[in-house]
Design a protein around this ligand. Structure first.
Ligand code: SF4
Length: 217
């Protein structure tokens, strides 16, 4: 069978997901950039479901960066202790809030390099914030995006950063914020880590993993 080029695969994915998920959204619950930032920091190596259970009482008590900056670590720890790494995350969240208050007057900067200097915010988190909150063309590569992109064959990379660079070069800027959600949600619900549901996958015709593991006989 004729092997698709990477550009053809990307075109197929954009066509398919634009129809099936025209407005994909984060599954994290948040109302503003402050809440999004806290939720994304908490979601590192934790499920969105768990984060969405934790955040309502946290946001009720600490309504913005100013409030969180003056919180005690023990209090934040108690509120988030059912998520992963609560000790580190409670420290990071308070230090992040303190820095945003001190250096940015309580408003999160809309600049990836500045975001990456804040406690608890690495490149992936900064990319999520830039793309979800500010609509910028930064491709956030989490474990799902990494796995799906490399299985399909629109990336051929050993690291998330390489994957990010390859995907950023392939997808049009205006599509990148949606494409992040498309690949993430496809990975979460269909192209799962241990058992990808290839038989019921609507983009299998574009997928290298499928071609290798389900050869036409
Ligand atoms: S065909 Fe299988 S490996 Fe390929 S994207 Fe679909 S679920 Fe993932």
């Amino acid at each position: 069978m004729h092997k698709q080029t990477v550009q053809q695969k990307v075109a197929l994915l954009i066509d398919y997901f634009s129809c099936t998920m025209p407005n994909p959204k984060s599954e994290l619950s948040y109302l503003d950039i402050y809440q999004l930032t806290v939720a994304v920091v908490l979601s590192a190596q934790c499920t969105d479901k768990r984060v969405n259970i934790i955040t309502p009482p946290l946001f009720d008590k600490y309504t913005d960066f100013f409030a969180l900056a003056s919180a005690s670590q023990n209090d934040v720890f108690q509120l988030i202790k059912s998520c992963t790494y609560p000790n580190n995350k409670s420290k990071n969240l308070i230090n992040l809030a303190k820095t945003v208050v001190k250096d940015y007057n309580g408003t999160l900067p809309n600049d990836r390099d500045q975001l990456c200097t804040l406690p608890g915010i690495g490149r992936k988190t900064a990319n999520v914030i830039c793309s979800v909150a500010f609509g910028m063309p930064y491709f956030a590569v989490d474990t799902h995006v990494f796995r799906v992109a490399n299985r399909i064959g629109i990336a051929n990379a050993k690291t998330p950063l390489q994957t990010e660079e390859q995907l950023t070069a392939l997808f049009p800027d205006e599509v990148i914020p949606n494409a992040h959600h498309w690949l993430l949600l496809h990975g979460r619900y269909c192209c799962k880590a241990s058992s990808p549901n290839c038989r019921n996958c609507s983009v299998s015709s574009a997928c290298d993993y499928f071609a290798v593991n389900h050869p036409v006989v």
